[in-house]
Each structure stands twice: as structure tokens, then as C-alpha cells.
Ligand binder design. Structure first.
Ligand SMILES: Nc1ncnc2c1ncn2[C@@H]1O[C@H](COP(=O)(O)OP(=O)(O)OP(=O)(O)O)[C@@H](O)[C@H]1O
Ligand SMILES: O=P(O)(O)OC[C@H]1O[C@H](OP(=O)(O)OP(=O)(O)O)[C@H](O)[C@@H]1O
Length: 211
């Protein structure tokens, strides 16, 4: 049996994704100690996890140092990497939207859009024929309209709490987001049997979670 290297995103997605792998019947430790270890070997299953920042998962998979990975659709849309998207795991569900201060219109010549997702934002506004200036930030995006750095933001919304607590309102729904199983194209060919088995087992969990 070939060994599989799986790139797992640390943070929000990790717990749900790991629970799904357990449910799929993989013989993994019930709880992975939240240690500082970034590589976890599971010899019984011939699986090796590498734990990375969510934005880096597709990088490892594209370069083939991980055979498969779990990544948010937001990250995949933003980066457009050469990876196969195999399955929608339907976990870590949220969406990307534009937001801003209430009762404001985007009537400036090139409205300023603050975002962690410059490509998604640019594509969206281009698609609706709006010319915008993108201001790229790495976090606390909601601050931008509050302090006059931007007219609108393009960011993830989950519960809506961050927008509400910062006095912002949602303007446009842009796209739905959930976590996806991705594969390196060469690994998919070379380790097809193992990867297809994994996809089948996870698909069953996805269907069960829908019921
Ligand atoms: N409320 C949410 N906010 C942000 N990301 C969410 C949310 N809900 C689900 N997600 C998913 O989780 C991923 C981000 O996870 P996380 O917040 O742990 O990463 P991060 O923002 O890069 O972390 P960090 O703040 O450590 O840089 C996103 O790519 C998205 O697919
Ligand atoms: O709708 P909500 O449930 O409030 O979730 C959305 C918020 O969560 C994310 O921020 P995160 O906590 O990752 O912080 P950061 O991007 O500011 O680092 C996202 O960028 C929003 O700010």
C-alpha cells in the first residue's frame, strides 16, 4: 500500500475535517494533541499528515509534497492552482460577500475594496462592470470601512457577528464556501486506488451528514 501524505489546514477547518476522517473509519488517534508538531505519522494507516496554514494547503498539493489536502473553496478560487478538486466535504460552510457602512453607495470613480481575496474581489467587480481599487489586507478586514481606508470589504461571512458588531451591513453575496478535498494530479494517477478509496469513504460521510 502506498503511503499518503495529507495536507491538513490548521485552525477552523482542522477539527471538522479530522472528525470526518475518523468517521470514514481511518484508524487515527481519537484526539490529536494540539502540540506544536507539524507532521504526524500514522504508520498503521500509512498516512502522514502535514499541518499547514489554510492558505498554504494548495501549495503543498500543487508541488506534490502532499498527495491530497483539504482546502476552503475561498482559497482555491483565490489561488487557481493546478490541483484536482475531488469532493465537496460540505464542512466549514460560510460565504464570501461584500459589506460596508449602512446606506452608502459605491458611486466613486474607483471605489476602494479592502480584502484578503484580491483575485476573487477583482473578478467579481469586473464581472459586474465595476472598476475598483483593491486594497489587500491580511485580517481584521472589517476595520477598513470604519476607519476610512475602504468603501467596501470583500470577506468571509459565517454567523454575521463580526459585521454586526462593527456596524457594517452586507451588500452583495459573492460565492458560497465549503471545504474541498484536493489532489495532486500526478499522485492521483500514481496512487489512484488509495485516493479513490478515500474519496468513496468520505463521500459516504458527506451523504450521511446531509441526512
Ligand atoms: N468565519 C470564518 N472565517 C474565516 N474562515 C472561515 C470561517 N468559517 C469557515 N472558514 C473557512 O476556514 C478557512 C480559514 O480558516 P482559519 O480562520 O483557521 O484560517 P486563517 O484565517 O488563515 O487563520 P489565521 O487567522 O491563523 O491566519 C477559510 O479558508 C474558510 O474556508
Ligand atoms: O460572520 P462571522 O461568524 O463573524 O465570521 C466572519 C469573520 O471571521 C473571519 O475572521 P477571522 O476570525 O479569521 O479573523 P481575521 O481574518 O481578522 O484574522 C472573517 O474574516 C470575518 O471577519
Amino acid at each position: 500500500m502506498n503511503e499518503l501524505t495529507i495536507a491538513m489546514p490548521k485552525g477552523r477547518i482542522f477539527e471538522e475535517a479530522y472528525q470526518m476522517l475518523l468517521k470514514a473509519g481511518f484508524n487515527l488517534p481519537e484526539e490529536v494533541e494540539m502540540s506544536r508538531k507539524l507532521m504526524i505519522e500514522i504508520p498503521e494507516e500509512k498516512i502522514r499528515f502535514i499541518l499547514s496554514k489554510p492558505m498554504d494547503v494548495p501549495v503543498y498539493v500543487e508541488h506534490g509534497v502532499a498527495d491530497i489536502g483539504i482546502a476552503g473553496k475561498d482559497v482555491l478560487l483565490e489561488q487557481q492552482r493546478e490541483v484536482h478538486e475531488l469532493l465537496d466535504l460540505k464542512i466549514s460552510n460560510c460565504y464570501i460577500a461584500s459589506a460596508g457602512l449602512p446606506n452608502t453607495s459605491m458611486n466613486e470613480i474607483a471605489p476602494r475594496i479592502a480584502t484578503k481575496y484580491p483575485n476573487i474581489a477583482m473578478k467579481y467587480y469586473k464581472g459586474i462592470g465595476e472598476q475598483v481599487e483593491i486594497i489587500e489586507l491580511n485580517g481584521s478586514i472589517e476595520l477598513a470601512p470604519m476607519i476610512g481606508l475602504a468603501d467596501r470589504i470583500v470577506d468571509i461571512v459565517s454567523t454575521g457577528r463580526t459585521l454586526k458588531e462593527n456596524g457594517l451591513v452586507e451588500y452583495e453575496f459573492i460565492t458560497a464556501v465549503s471545504s474541498r478535498l484536493i489532489a495532486n494530479p500526478v499522485s492521483y494517477r500514481m496512487k489512484g486506488e488509495r485516493i479513490i478509496d478515500l474519496v468513496k469513504r468520505l463521500k459516504k460521510c458527506v451523504n450521511e451528514q446531509k441526512e
